[in-house]
Write a protein of this length. Structure first.
Length: 255
């Protein structure tokens, strides 16, 4: 096997398994451990991997947070389809919790016509969207994150600790089969954890661009969720493993 072929095998295994072991790979490819180390050194020089003790991981940057204006136009069709399926879960007399985000904002737009519904949110844009509706809206309070519109801090957390809702729509910055749901800051992760704890059922709403991504702070494992609603791209993301952990809904059709 030529060096380029070996390096492609290494990258394929890293994409599949997240990490590799030098000795195991050397045995599998029938080459010396030194040969694998040279391949890893080359791939590290190309900034494709990061060397670890006895192996390597892919060089994938952590997801950082973008402004609302930046996120709003991305994957707009997919977000509307996801919102349409999510809104179908909302029943009369429900109290629901809606996380801050652009996908969750699309859900709020579809709830404006409903009656006998209470919405709790930590997002001023979601609250403003429902202002002229008959939906009862409760803001968590807290400090506002500039350029995002999300509320956070001790006051937000205090409200969430005293809350119980029927249904929570969780937005996500990054979703990963092994790592779970992660957020770009510890503050955001803490808020999302409290939201999950307050809800009888939690549905993750995230387009497929968020899949196979990692951010700084852990929110929860995927098995802690009732289900996930995404676009058709989720069908190709570890379908067997994912459906063992939670219910998976692929939103398709016209928004």
């Amino acid at each position: 096997m030529q060096p380029n072929e070996r390096r492609n095998v290494i990258l394929e295994q890293l994409n599949k398994n997240e990490k590799i072991d030098i000795d195991a790979l050397a045995k599998e490819l029938d080459v010396s451990a030194m040969t694998i180390r040279r391949d890893l050194n080359y791939l590290e020089e190309q900034e494709q991997i990061i060397r670890t003790l006895g192996g390597a991981i892919l060089n994938k940057p952590l997801v950082m947070e973008s402004s609302f204006q930046t996120k709003e136009g991305k994957n707009a069709q997919e977000k509307r389809l996801i919102a349409k399926r999510a809104a179908e879960l909302v029943q009369e007399h429900f109290t629901i919790l809606i996380d801050s985000g652009t996908t969750t904002l699309e859900i709020a737009k579809l709830l404006k016509h409903k009656r006998n519904l209470t919405v709790v949110t930590n997002d001023i844009k979601i609250a403003a969207e429902l202002m002229d509706s008959e939906v009862k809206v409760i803001l968590t309070g807290g400090e506002m994150q500039n350029n995002i519109g999300a509320l956070f801090g001790p006051l937000t957390e205090q409200t969430l600790r005293n809350l119980h809702v029927d249904l929570f729509f969780l937005g996500a910055h990054a979703v990963h089969l092994q790592v779970g749901v992660t957020a770009p800051t510890f503050e955001k992760a803490s808020i999302k954890k409290l939201m999950i704890e307050s809800a009888q059922a939690t549905w993750l709403v995230a387009d497929s661009s968020k899949l196979d991504q990692k951010a700084l702070a852990k929110v929860c494992d995927l098995e802690a969720l009732s289900g996930v609603i995404s676009d058709s791209g989720i069908r190709s993301y570890h379908p067997e493993e994912l459906t063992e952990l939670l219910e998976v809904v692929a939103a398709e059709g016209e928004a």
